[in-house]
Design a protein around this ligand. Sequence first.
Ligand code: FMN
Length: 169
Amino acid sequence: MDFGTLIQKRRSVRAYKPDPVETEKLEQILEAARAAPTAANRQAVKLMVVYTQGREDELKRIYSADWFAKAPIVICACGVPSKNWVRGDGKNYNDVDVSIVMDHLILQATDLGLGTCWIAAFDPVAAKEVLGIPEGVEPIVLTPLGYADDKPHPKKRKKIEEIVVYDRW
Ligand SMILES: Cc1cc2nc3c(=O)[nH]c(=O)nc-3n(C[C@H](O)[C@H](O)[C@H](O)COP(=O)(O)O)c2cc1C
């Protein structure tokens, strides 16, 4: 798939088939995440791969939508802010780094024909408990990973002139 098509094809999938994700595909997806850039190359990121079978009820505590744990895999992208690069004024770029890693992962998944959905509206306390995430590690975003069981809708986006400013605000 060429890059422009890939970008347009990526969408939020909110219905999944139970079909498993092939191990080679999962490995390729995780490699794409590993290749992502991070500030000062700190790579203060952890990716948790969670197989959902048999864990549906506890995963629902993290995010209650019924389609969430129907995907065969859920990936939780975590950050380790204490290990991340911090700008001189104190701004920690951990959320940005984790997001870039997740975006690489999601685009690679799309290229391999798999569905994903960024999920931020989850319960972080439940995520830490259910997934055993240690102190100092922050779950930032999750995605189900599996084959889509729905049809794409047209994308709704602002006009380009609403989001781009040239030269000076
Ligand atoms: C950081 C982030 C968090 C999101 N959190 C959720 C979420 O918790 N639940 C959900 O269903 N979709 C979530 N989304 C998906 C957005 O609603 C979706 O990307 C947007 O409506 C555009 O649709 P598209 O992804 O199909 O192009 C999130 C997206 C991003 C980038």
